[in-house]
Design a protein around this ligand. Structure first.
Ligand code: NAD
Length: 352
């Protein structure tokens, strides 16, 4: 297979973890007879510095014409001024919108050898294997009107929570289709006791559930879901929720795996170019030290092979190599070890 992959290393530790992941993908290409062409672009703070824009039209066009996009992370204190006219995160939101990726998939699995790295009691973590699906291009982060003004002599801020039926239906259908290959259980998370958008969310969940009688559907309020993620995560399988609830719950779920550095994500749409990135940020506190854990990005590249290129065997090979590496005791600093980013990647590559 020949595939064009656009790389957006971004800021902070982004370039460090992306370069190691490219080595992993090149190893896979050599082993299985594929050709991956990489084209690297600036996005985020580095793009603001060079071009005055967090996402240029050229970079977006390059991503749109690729087979898949692999992103490191964006942001950092240098670009944190709330009054700045552009910010790294704006580029990320524009990229997601521009690619039409409406669903963010975050698998959370707890490796048995890392159970002690999590703050939760070991007995709560046994068997945890969750797929959180977050709606990515609607809801409170995009609704209009949005802004600040003075009303009746008082300073006011407004955000709008808005969902159309089709936005909910497409992410719900994706959740049910992915649940078929798993434990056949979907937990739809909403706040239907308070929010009108959540009542529409629940109504559509019921409709899609009726079309998929082989899948068990349950509804959970977001406050209950956040509690159950900590008190009994092992009973959950596929969780599907709207943009802001998903933003918060996915970070909470990441704690189960022991380190932010471990977890991958995929952002997908119907027929769109997939966007793959670790769930963590640019980690400015450790950037440039060569000690970042590359596993979240390496596992994101496995998702890229599976979801965008249909290379299931190759994806599983990377996931198995990561699992064996952890079992063998290899650890970066975030997991209490001493390996550098390069050494951890080399351990994984040696098992491919
Ligand atoms: P962060 O995820 O960057 O870091 C949180 C903590 O986890 C830090 O102590 C960091 O050192 C550690 N960490 C994160 N990834 C790691 C890895 N791979 N290996 C080892 N340790 C790791 O979150 P933050 O500090 O809140 O944010 C830093 C910047 O990243 C901010 O500018 C934020 O806006 C941005 N951010 C970007 C994204 C993204 O690009 N998708 C996501 C979240 C935050």
């Amino acid at each position: 297979m020949k595939a064009n992959i656009t790389l957006l290393p971004g800021d902070g530790i982004g370039p460090e973890i992306i370069s190691e992941t490219v080595t992993v993908l090149e190893t896979i290409a050599a082993k299985y007879g594929h050709t991956f062409n990489f084209s690297e672009r600036l996005m985020g703070g580095c793009s603001i510095d060079k071009f005055g824009s967090s996402l240029t039209d050229e970079t977006l066009a390059d991503c749109q014409s690729a087979d898949a996009v692999l992103l490191g992370a964006v942001g950092g204190p240098k670009w944190d001024d709330p009054k700045a006219k552009d910010r790294p995160e704006r580029g990320l939101l524009a990229l997601r919108k521009g690619l039409g990726v409406f669903a963010n998939l975050r698998p959370v699995k707890v490796h048995p050898a890392l159970i002690d790295s999590s703050p939760l009691k070991p007995e709560k973590l046994k068997g945890v294997d969750i797929l959180v699906i977050r709606e990515l291009t609607g809801g409170l982060y995009f609704g209009w009107p949005k802004g600040r003004d003075i009303k009746d002599g008082r300073e006011r801020a407004v955000d709008t929570l808005e969902y159309y039926d089709y936005e909910i239906r497409r992410v719900m259908e994706l959740a049910f289709s992915l649940a078929k290959g798993r434990k056949k259980k979907v937990t739809s998370v909403d706040k239907a006791n308070v929010l009108e958008t959540s009542r529409l969310w629940r109504q559509i969940a019921v409709q899609v559930g009726a079309q998929n009688p082989d899948i068990e559907l349950e509804h959970t309020l977001v406050d209950t879901a956040s509690m159950r993620l900590i008190t009994g995560p092992a009973w959950m399988d596929v969780i599907v929720t709207e943009n802001m609830f998903g933003d918060i719950l996915t970070d909470e779920a990441s704690v189960l795996a022991g380190s932010m550095g471990m977890l991958p994500s995929a952002s997908l749409g119907a027929g769109s170019v997939g966007l793959y990135e670790p769930i963590h940020g640019s980690a400015p506190d450790i950037a440039g030290k060569g000690i970042a854990n590359p596993i979240g990005t390496i596992l994101s590249s496995a998702m890229l092979l599976r979801h965008s290129l249909g290379l299931e065997v190759e994806a599983a090979a990377i996931e198995n190599a990561v699992g064996e590496t952890i079992t063998a005791g290899a650890r970066t600093a975030d997991l209490g070890g001493k390996l550098t980013t390069k050494q951890m990647a080399a351990e994984i590559i040696s098992r491919l």
